[in-house]
Design a protein around this ligand. Structure first.
Ligand code: GLY
Length: 561
């Protein structure tokens, strides 16, 4: 009897271990992809297994996401890649959308007044897409497998279809009413206006044909010929500005990543036109002066200090950042310097919240529908890639006959000259719309190295909260010793200067911490969730890859071999 009892204890202990392993990351020896969709991550891992590079896998995963995760995965939007080869210098690719040639700083005004529909919800809100050109540029430089091999899985998924998960089916049902004005969108994402049920198969034949042209012709299959004709037709027939000339003129940029350090770790992140790398390094520099590890995760002290670092970085973001081609004298070197961080640190009061300037503005709402993928290959080459349509399903406009969604990224430009006000508009100069200009972004694809070796690939969705989410994942690993899954699971908070509020995931910070923050003068607001992060950590002891898959979104998107 005693013996049986011992076995029962063992079995219960084993079951408990299984339960606790929910905070364990997926581990793999050779290569790994973490994205927001399991099907897309598997496409990427198959490419790695076939001998593809991290860039090959990222390209294939991205095309697959355009089919199976059209909330944010796209060919009609834009994004950024940070690539760190195991040897040699890291490089960044900027394929952010651009304003068309006919854009003006006042294009979102109607009769002299700001018009939110023009800015966020019309054909005028569509920027010239960059994704296809950007993926191709990165592949040309760092890919090994044929381009067609990388697009083919997406073509098969679009042509043959795939069964809808519960969360994708309910997401489509939610977005359908806002697609009513666009018959091609309704046709693509519903059964004649009736939402799909979970488990039903979604096939996208027009998208399969467009992807086929991209596979066969490269970027010319998108920016020229039939696809360009269909985009122009949709634009010019509906008050949009994008012409075939705009499409043909689109070029992605190869950029030098921003580099900083944090407690002997090297931080490699995205330069402008993203604000992400600048603000991230600035916050890390400020926090480096405090002993976050000793204070402990979730302590009032750490939360206070992190909030104050965020407040200052987001204020600088609004003041200084925009497209470098239009803002040649942005003080990036100063913003990410240790000296500037020390001067900011000196302004932080230890026991009192600072006050964000009440004469300034609130931020307008920004969509959290962006998506990130992290990839590491067998040679420990690493890719952090974040891309977006801006809002969920972007402009909601599917290009008739071409089967893909257009972005509404022009909404990331400021509203109009001088329009800064307390209602949520921003009118600061660096990020006003202009012909050929890229709109400011918060996307923060980031790679962390230590002693010259890859440590971590990270990035997130979540509009302006992205920068804070990526910061949390790095602090969780570097200061708090969390594994990849714990770093993703841990509760998050953000402060974006204005409104002057700490937004914290509910049930994340203890009541004691919240009480102390309140006593220090912080305004607190509980939120449901803050973004979704996709993280890979190279574990020190085993050298294995550990994937942190964010269950705040559908989950299941970590795959490795
Ligand atoms: N549209 C989200 C971003 O670029 O930050």
């Amino acid at each position: 009897m005693k013996r049986v009892g011992a076995w029962v204890v063992l079995i219960v202990a084993a079951a408990a271990a299984t339960v606790f392993s929910s905070s364990e990351p997926l581990r793999a020896t050779h290569g790994m992809v973490v994205s927001q969709e399991a099907i897309a991550s598997k496409v990427g891992v198959d490419v790695l297994k076939a001998g593809g590079t991290a860039i090959d896998a990222a390209v294939a995963t991205a095309f697959a996401l355009a089919v199976v995760y059209p909330t944010a995965g796209n060919i009609g939007g834009g994004g950024f890649i940070v690539f760190r080869p195991a040897t040699g210098d890291p490089v960044a690719y900027d394929f952010r959308e651009k304003a068309p040639a006919a854009a003006t700083p006042t294009m979102f005004l109607r009769d002299g007044k700001y018009d939110a529909v023009r800015h966020h919800g019309s054909h005028l809100a569509v920027g010239v897409p960059g994704t296809v050109a950007g993926l191709h540029l990165a592949w040309k430089a760092h890919g090994k497998l044929p381009w067609t091999r990388l697009v083919e899985p997406a073509i098969a998924l679009a042509r043959g279809g795939f069964p809808l998960t519960e969360s994708f089916a309910s997401s489509l049902a939610r977005v359908l009413p806002s697609m009513k004005a666009y018959p091609a969108s309704v046709a693509q994402y519903s059964k004649n206006g009736v939402p799909y049920e979970p488990g039903e198969v979604l096939a996208q034949p027009d998208l399969a044909r467009t992807l086929g042209r991209i596979a066969a012709q490269g970027p010319a299959g998108f920016y020229e010929g039939e696809t360009a004709r269909l985009i122009e037709q949709e634009m010019l027939g509906n008050g949009g500005l994008i012409t075939r000339a705009d499409l043909k003129a689109y070029v992605p940029e190869r950029r030098t990543p921003l580099r900083g350090t944090y407690r002997d770790h090297e931080i490699i992140s995205m330069p402008p036109v993203s604000s992400g790398g600048t603000a991230l390094i600035q916050m890390l520099n400020v926090l480096e002066g405090f002993d976050l590890a000793a204070n402990g995760w979730g302590s009032a002290e750490n939360t206070h200090l992190t909030v104050e670092a965020m407040r200052r970085a987001y204020a600088d973001r609004a003041r200084h950042l925009g497209d470098p081609a239009f803002n040649p004298s942005m003080p990036i070197a100063r913003l990410i310097s240790k000296e500037y961080a020390a001067s900011l640190r000196a302004t932080i009061r230890p026991d009192r919240a600072s006050v964000s300037s009440p004469t300034s503005f609130e931020w307008p709402p920004e969509s959290d529908q962006t998506t990130h993928l992290s990839v590491v290959d067998a040679g420990r080459n690493a890719v952090a890639m974040t891309f977006t349509l801006e809002a969920g399903y972007g402009s909601k406009i599917v290009v008739p006959g071409a089967g893909f969604l257009l972005n509404n990224e022009m909404g990331d430009f400021n509203a109009g000259p001088g329009l800064t006000d307390a209602t949520g508009l921003i009118g600061t100069e660096p990020n006003l719309a202009a012909p050929g200009k890229r709109m400011l972004s918060s996307m923060t694809p980031t790679i962390v190295a230590r002693n010259g070796e890859l440590l971590m690939v990270t990035g997130a969705e979540g509009g302006r909260t992205i920068i804070s989410t990526v910061l949390h994942t790095i602090l969780n690993v570097v200061d708090h010793g969390m594994n990849a899954q714990e770093a993703v699971d841990a509760a998050r908070f953000y402060h974006q200067w204005l409104p002057d509020t700490v937004n914290h995931e509910r049930h994340g910070l203890s009541p004691d911490t919240l009480a102390i923050l309140k006593a220090r003068g912080h305004a607190l607001k509980a939120i449901e969730r803050q973004g979704s992060a996709e993280v890979i950590v190279v574990e020190a002891r085993s050298g294995k890859l550990a994937g942190g898959d964010d269950r705040r979104s559908a989950g299941g998107g970590a795959a490795g071999y």
